[in-house]
Write a protein that binds this ligand. Structure first.
Ligand code: ATP
Ligand code: MG
Length: 250
């Protein structure tokens, strides 16, 4: 089994001639937490959308677990074990935390998505759903409606619904966006915990979170890979410092 779980070769995305992602080569090693960082407009979100198949690349190839996934849909790659965290809107606000995870578990089994399914059938998934809620620290909120959870706990619930799909690799899009410090600490610990037996690639603006969590960091600037390495290496790279200052992050 190869050490590299996800690889991009010459990944390129043009929007009407504007090159947002420009010949990116990326290798994510199995079992690592890998962060994609860079100043505003660097191409992080576009790159993430290419890797998760939300956007088709203009050029380049993406390989997951040795398979060429360039032409696959995001549903196809989810079945292979490469799953992107859902947007918060994908958590059903009026359902409880338990019900939300139960529905996600049902999806994994490939059952049709059916709100009218009987309580009895759904209950089969209760035990596993409770386990996932415990894993993300939401046990005491099992019967709380998602809409009543704090922002950070909603993200934890979102992660639980993603884990329900049993991903081998998880892609997180700015997991700390808009969070208060207490929630940032909670979700940082959660990501650390769930990374134990998974690979994680995340786009994240909060550099202290990136420093705490990441084994490897790829820095993008103007659509290209500017630097790569551990936090100590990339944060001291003069080109990285320059790119952040130039973009007004200094
Ligand atoms: N659909 C699109 N059409 C045209 N240009 C786009 C599109 N999406 C992104 N871009 C441009 O591509 C560049 C990279 O955008 P992207 O959103 O990937 O950057 P980012 O690194 O995620 O930035 P941020 O830190 O602000 O989130 C930007 O100049 C952006 O304006
Ligand atoms: Mg972005």
């Amino acid at each position: 089994m190869s050490d590299v779980i996800l690889a991009a070769e010459n990944l390129t995305k043009e929007f009407k001639g504007f090159v947002a992602v420009d010949g990116v080569n990326l290798r994510v090693r199995r079992g690592q937490i890998h962060a994609l960082i860079g100043p505003n407009g660097a191409g992080k979100t576009t790159c993430f959308n290419l890797l998760t198949k939300f956007l088709p690349p203009t050029r380049g190839t993406i390989t997951y677990d040795g398979k060429d996934i360039t032409a696959m849909s995001s549903a196809d790659i989810a079945r292979l074990g490469l799953v992107r965290s859902f947007q918060i809107s994908a958590v059903f606000p009026h359902l409880t935390a338990l019900e939300n995870v139960r529905i996600a578990l049902q999806r994994r089994r490939g059952d049709s998505f059916d709100f009218w399914r009987s309580q009895k059938i759904l209950s089969r998934f209760d035990e596993e759903a409770r386990g996932l809620l415990a894993e993300v620290g939401l046990s005491e909120f099992t019967n709380t409606a998602a809409s009543e959870l704090s922002y950070g706990r909603k993200r934890a619930l979102e992660i639980a619904t993603t884990l329900a799909l049993n991903p081998e690799m998880l892609l997180l899009d700015e997991p700390m966006a808009g969070m208060a410090q207490a929630d940032v600490e909670r979700i940082t610990a959660l990501i650390k915990r769930i990374s134990a037996n998974r690979t994680i690639l995340m786009v994240e603006h909060n550099l202290s979170v990136v420093a705490t969590l990441s084994n490897t960091i790829t820095v993008l600037a103007r659509g290209k890979v500017l630097a790569e390495g551990d936090y100590a290496t990339v944060s001291q790279d003069p080109r990285v410092v320059e790119a952040y200052i130039g973009a007004g992050h200094g």
